[in-house]
Design a protein around this ligand. Structure first.
Ligand code: FAD
Length: 508
């Protein structure tokens, strides 16, 4: 029997940061990953002469407020050096709604974004500027609450008197806040393009969540690593080992162990029982439950996991093309294509080219593919229930191919270009692929849907009550801050800091 201070389960973004942080503090840390490589979603794969980015469209590496944790600060603190390329264009958004069609390119930088929206929808600048301004008060409130967690208690009267904008927006959807600020329907449609990155249409998406994402992309500019997101994961794994951590690949945790009082004490991987003072799970709570003796887990924890809805998954199509982007006529990195102006209708028609995004990595990174070639990456939203069940292997393949065919055709028609004759490699991933690779229920890649009652405001407020298993902690896209690379890194960092505090307290 070997005893560790900390065992981290899963080497996704959250698990890697959490493990490196506890190792850096000098605690004996073991990181267990079921695959033979680190990263989870943050990885890469090779087909023929192409190395594809499977997930990352844009990394929001910095936060709008210097004092809040950001991916860039977290990686730097752990000694991880990754070259991140800043993008100047956020997205091109093409809406084919006959009653509200547009084809607009939105640029990074607050002033640029405001100029773009004013040019596209005259008179909308002020409302959107007001939306951006809300973020200052929201960030200050977040900072107050972050500090409060480590020291003084959060006082509701302070929140109400000093952080009025935060309190006024906290319980509202994005659309409600935008309407209150007088932003027109067309302007809302253009600025709400990013809803798919959070997996919930803006009529049900917490305003705080969306505004923070939009402003952080706009103000500090999105970034991309030069060598796919795998580069960051690899650098984190190396940093962890350099800091004295023990990494075990090919080590799926099949059991979480608890003592008689329900305290987490260890895990089982490859048939070996491994014990630690603290366990950090980068694995979604539902998978902890089905790998545990249920009666040892608090009822509230089980009920919360079961009450939550799994978030979005995707069908993704990766194309390696034997022509350059110039030869094909591709000019933009991220192109969002929609059929209707309204995000809810886009969501409801997702199976019929209602909303999808196509990325050409050669635009920000011209030499990301061999000379004379380029890649395209289609992302098409799917939610649990969309994917047909009980398919035979042949039907599954046919279904995936038919989805790819439909979207490639729609993209060609919309952009007025031809790509099919130039496809050298094609790979199609579905919710089934993500379920198998990440082990998430329904292939969820965004953890739980961050909508309605279960939004990030409520999750942060209820964290201590909901995650109430002694010695078991969580981090990753399924946790309090919702999905995304930054959320993974930030929850990994915050959870590890909580573990360090608890270890220190118990040590004394
Ligand atoms: C197609 C796609 C596009 C995306 N686009 C973006 C984007 O543009 N920007 C952005 O910020 N985010 C994006 N995301 C979301 C982002 O990738 C995820 O939210 C984030 O990477 C999740 O990190 P995580 O820490 O939850 O770990 P995960 O990536 O979920 O990794 C969990 C790890 O745990 C391992 N594991 C699971 N079960 C076990 C077990 N029992 N034992 C041991 N190991 C186990 C898995 O193998 C995996 O390595 C995208 C995701 C996808 C799939």
């Amino acid at each position: 029997m070997k005893e560790y201070d900390v065992i981290v389960v899963g080497a996704g973004n959250g698990g890697l940061v959490a493990a490196a942080t506890t190792a850096k503090a000098g605690y004996k840390t073991l990181l267990l990953e079921k695959h033979n490589i680190p990263g989870g979603c943050a990885t890469s794969f090779i087909r023929g002469r192409f190395e594809f980015e499977p997930s990352l469209h844009e990394l929001c590496a910095e936060d709008v407020c210097d004092d809040l944790p950001s991916s860039k600060k977290i990686l730097a603190d752990l000694g991880v050096k990754v070259d991140l390329l800043h993008e100047t264009t956020l997205y091109r958004t093409i809406c084919k709604d006959p009653e509200c069609s547009y084809d607009v390119v939105m640029h990074a930088g607050r002033e640029n974004f405001l100029n773009d929206i004013e040019a596209a929808v005259p008179g909308s600048r002020e409302g959107v500027a007001n939306l951006f301004d809300l973020v200052d008060n929201i960030s200050d409130a977040q900072l107050y609450m972050n500090t409060g967690k480590n020291g003084p208690k959060i006082n509701p009267f302070v929140l109400m008197s000093k952080y009025g904008d935060f309190m006024r927006t906290a319980s509202h959807s994005t659309e409600e806040v935008e309407k209150a600020l007088g932003i027109s329907e067309k302007a809302r449609s253009i600025i709400n393009t990013y809803w798919g990155y959070l997996g919930v249409p803006t009529d049900d998406l917490a305003a705080l969540h969306f505004i923070s994402l939009l402003v952080s992309y706009c103000v500090v500019k999105p970034t991309m690593p030069y060598h796919r997101s795998h580069e960051i994961s690899l650098a984190l794994a190396q940093a962890f080992e350099k800091l004295g951590g023990e990494m075990r690949y090919n080590s799926e945790v099949t059991r979480f162990l608890f003592d008689k009082k329900g305290k987490a004490i260890g895990v089982v991987a490859n048939g070996e029982e491994l014990y630690a003072k603290k366990i950090i799970s980068n694995v979604i709570p539902n998978n902890v439950i089905n790998r545990s003796e249920e009666k040892k887990l608090p009822t509230r924890f089980r009920k919360m996991a079961n009450a939550r809805k799994f978030g979005m998954s995707f069908v993704t199509v990766y194309l390696g093309l034997d022509r350059t982007k110039e030869e094909l006529g591709i000019e933009d990195y991220s192109v969002f294509i929609t059929r209707h102006r309204n995000a809810r209708v886009q969501f409801d028609t997702r199976a019929d080219c209602g909303y999808y995004v196509v990325n050409c990595l050669n635009v920000p990174l011209p030499d990301s593919t061999p000379k004379g070639t380029s890649t395209l990456f289609f992302t098409i939203p799917y939610i649990p229930g969309d994917f047909p069940e009980n398919l035979t292997a042949r039907e599954y393949k046919e279904f995936k191919n038919s989805v790819a065919e439909k979207y490639i055709k729609d993209y060609e028609e919309t952009m007025g270009i031809s790509i099919r004759p130039y496809i050298e490699e094609i790979a199609i991933a579905s919710p089934v692929t993500f379920a198998r690779y990440l082990s998430t229920p329904e292939g969820a890649i965004y953890g739980y849907a961050s909508e309605g009652w279960d939004n990030i405001v409520g999750r942060i407020a209820m964290e201590k009550m909901e995650f109430n298993i002694p010695n078991l902690y969580f981090c990753g896209g399924h946790h309090t801050r919702g999905d995304g690379f930054p959320s993974g890194y930030i929850t990994g960092d915050m959870t590890a800091r909580q573990v360090l505090k608890d270890l220190e307290k118990e040590g004394k």
